[in-house]
Every structure is written in C-alpha cells, then in structure tokens.
Design a binder for this molecule. Sequence first.
Ligand SMILES: Cc1ncc(C[n+]2csc(CCOP(=O)(O)OP(=O)(O)O)c2C)c(N)n1
Ligand SMILES: [Mg+2]
Length: 562
Amino acid sequence: MLVSEAVGTTLADLGADTVFGVVGSGNFHVTNALVARGARFVAARHECGAACMADGWARLAGRPGIVSVHQGPGLTNSITGITEAAKSRTPMLVLAADVAAAAVRSNFRIDVASIATAVGATPERLHSAGTAVADVTRAYRTAERERRTVVLALPLDVQAAECARPVLPGRESGQIVASVVGATAIAPGAPQAEVVGALAAALATAKRPVFIAGRGARIAAARADLERLAAACGALLATSAAAKGLFRGSPWDLDVSGGFASPLAAELISDADLVVGWGCALNMWTLRHGRLIGPDATVIQVDHEPSALGAHRPVDLGVLGDVMATARATASALADEAPGQPLAGYRSAGLRERIASEIRWRDVPYADDSDESRIDPRTLTIALDDLLPAERIVAVDSGNFMGYPSMYLSVPDADGFCFTQAYQSIGLGLASAIGSAIARPDRLTVAALGDGGALMGISELETVVRLGLPMIIVIYDDEAYGAEVHHFGPDGYPLDVVRFPPVDIAAIGRGFGCEAVTVRQPAGLGPVRGWLDGPRDRPLLIDAKVTSARGSWWLEEAFRGH
Ligand SMILES: Cc1ncc(C[n+]2csc(CCOP(=O)(O)OP(=O)(O)O)c2C)c(N)n1
Ligand SMILES: [Mg+2]
C-alpha cells in the first residue's frame, strides 16, 4: 500500500467522514483514499473557504474537521481560516501536501512547520513510510483530544513510498485496523475539595450572583449542571458570545455578556456582587474591558486549563477543573454549606418579569432610521427574526454590521450560533456557514455578512449552489467598509479608501445560481416568505441596502481594543 492510501485509510478508521479542500497534485491521492473509504469530500473554491468550512463543521459536529490542501499556495491560501480555528481551539486536521525534503529548489517549497507555529497551529509531519500511520494517528488524536488545529505536512516522497500494512491478530491480512489508533476517553478532572468549598461558600453568601458560561461550558455540555447550581444559589445566567444560546429558554437567561449585552443584561451584570466564569476567558469582549464588573464584585473563574485562569484579568479565586465536574461538586458542597436551598440570591418574581419583557434587544425601543431607499438594519433583522423558523443556525462574519444578527436574531441553543471571530477577520462568514449547514442539515443556516466580507469570500457562493444547500445569505450592504468609516469618520479623516460605489450583489448571486432579492424596505422581504414556503432548492441571497448614518455601539467598544 502507498503511504497516501494508508493515511486516508487510517483517517477514515479514526472517524474522518467529511473532508473539505481544494485538490491539486499533492493531495489528490490522499483525498481519494479518504473518499474510497467512504468519506464525503466537499470541494471548496478557495482554500481559506475550505478551512472555514471545516472549522464551522467541527464546531457543530464536535469532531475534528478535516482539510486537504495542495503544497505551497494551497496551504498559504488557507492560513487565515487555520488561524481562526487555532485561536478558537477548534479541533481540526489540515492535510498539507509538502515538497520532498530534498526538493530544495521547488517552487512550492515553504516552511510548513514554521507557518503553522506562527499562527498558533500545531505542526506535525509524516516522517517516513515506516512511521506514517503512527504520525497521522498522533496528529488526529492531538486535534481531537487537545482541541488543537494541527497542520500535518505530507511530503510527496513519503506519500509515494510503499508502507507495511499494520495487521492485528484476528483481522484480515492487509487491513489497516482501528486499534492501532484506539480511542480512549479522557476522564474530566474534578477540582480539589477545598477549592470547591471556597466556591460554594462564595455562592452561599452572594446576594446577586451571575454565571457567565463560555465556550468551555458549551463543549462540556454543562448546561443542565450549571442551571441546577444556579437555581440552588439564585444566580442569573449569561454567556460569552461564543456560547450564545446555551441557556436559551431559561427565565433567568440574560443572553450574551459584553458588547452585545442588552441594557438590562448590562445593568444586572454590573450590579452583581459575584461573577463566576465557567469555561470562559473573561476577556475584554465579554466584560467590556472590565467595565461590566462592579468594582467590589468578587470574580471566580473555573477552567480545566491552568493557563486560562486569570489570563485576561485578575480573579479572586481560580478553580482548576472540568466545568461539569466542578458544577456538580459545587452543588453538593453548597447543599452542605447552605441547607436552606434554594437561596433567593439574585432571583425574584419582579426581576423574572423584567427579564421576560426587557432582556431581548428587539424589545428595546429605537428610532427607526429607514428611508425610502435604505432599511434600518435593526428593522431588517427583527423582520427576519419573525420570518425565519426558530430551528436555525446564525453564522456571522466580521464588521460594523455584526451586532445586528448577533443581537436581534434569536437562536435555539448554543449550536444555533457560529461565531468565527477569534481572529477578527472579515470574509470567513459564508464558508463557516457552509460548514455549519453541512453539519446540521436539519436546521436552516443563515449566513449574515457585510458587503465587504461577502465580496471577499464570494467564490464560495458557487459551493453553496453546487451543494444545493438550502441556506439564506443576508448581506448588510452599506457600500463601505463600515467599520472603518465609523472608526475614522468622526475624526474627519478622508474616507474614500473605505467607500465603494453600489454593487448589485443580488445580480451576482443570481449569476452564481442563487435566488436573490434586493431589500430597501420591510415590504421588500416578501420573497423571503415565498422562498421559505417553497422547495428551498436554491439558496436565497438577500442584498439589504442598509442605513449607516452612525457606527454601532458595540463597535465603539471594539475600537478601544485597537
Ligand atoms: C481580512 C481582513 N481585512 C481587513 C480587516 C479590517 N476590517 C475590519 S471590519 C472591515 C470592514 C468590513 O466591511 P463589511 O464586511 O462591509 O462590514 P461593515 O463594517 O461595512 O458592516 C475591515 C476592512 C479585517 N478585519 N480582516
Ligand atoms: Mg459594509
């Protein structure tokens, strides 16, 4: 067997069933080996798209996303998507063809390991024919178990070599066997009893506790345990943007903490006397540069990685432990500490009513900016929220517009929100939406993009059409890099470099084979209803010509970090 085939076979045995990529000569055989073992190959039109698709897919599938790229430019094209995945700790394996070690004059030669390392990914390599199966197994397991984005260099000479077939007793000769790469579950770590005791004591005495759950809580599937603990101590529930939707349906859900927090959420979090972050970085976004936490509030952080504790701000207590195990252990410690449960804490009948009527952004009054040629993005998004089925996934690109879909479109749970913002790159949203739509065909995926990000990633529109994905693509079209307009405009700088003439993006969408509509007023959304009621056999692109008189309030927050 050739190494290229052994690599594909081993990965298929490990569970790789969906692969995203752009195929060239260097990754042709390995990709076909995966396909021959039953994997689905999704051809992207640009390698950055392939990486973002795998990233979006992995976030929802909960398994490593697989990317396959050609040597040299195939890998460099994918780097922005790889960087986003690495910063988000998305489990992902990039099969990166590479030139032979001896091909020192090859045009395709780059230093793969250095590039991977430079962007926070983990470099791995097929070292020889004899070690190839072990090498690919190690790479996959690192991605899976450590939630790393791994770039596996596949030198062409090693790929083309013959390798021995590992055979286990009792298995047919010549079969690559899964036990070479056998899975073992990693037991979640329980925190030390005395630290849990201190956390329980803080919860027992807190008058206004708030939990902020992050990506770690989402990955640990800790909702039920956190809700139980919060009920026992009267805590309110919020999330970071990455975990938006985690507590959907709870009457104590404040939705997202940070720049996207509604006025009531911000008020309640600021008044907390105890904030507990659960698998949450407690970074400048989630805490509005620290201003969301009152000066006298106690801050406790629970995380299973020591390096996360106190990384973004000082904490009064750092608890090293798995989120779910810690929530459970704390609940029993609290039962000993405060037998008269549930404690009222922050919860009251009056507050419950206020949350029900005021916590959603769409219930906050605003002055509608719309005129006859442009629609207020809030009005647009609220109208879409009413139209679209609740079972949806909202995937958001970066830019001034991004708060509108993030704040005005509700999502059914944490899997309903795909937020690829760890690298703050524009142009990733459409591809990550494609990955989401492939991972969860049972839901309607909505890609929310700015005109700048949409046109940057537009090549993947062909992928949406080719795959027949029943997606909606909403473009908040202000004919500008609005984020930059609003960043520099108030200081009187010339803005021609960040403004563009009108583009008929609906026509571009039709050219790719989408159904498309240009929206300037709420009535213009009529065709959306028709599309939803129809066969949805073609994606729907909505080019919304939005008002942009002023920058968004969450953007002002972002500029503090620039
Ligand atoms: C790849 C990349 N290039 C440039 C930037 C800087 N940048 C941030 S937001 C933005 C404008 C995005 O425009 P658009 O997608 O239309 O969204 P808008 O801000 O207009 O709502 C730019 C250029 C970036 N974040 N990423
Ligand atoms: Mg724009």
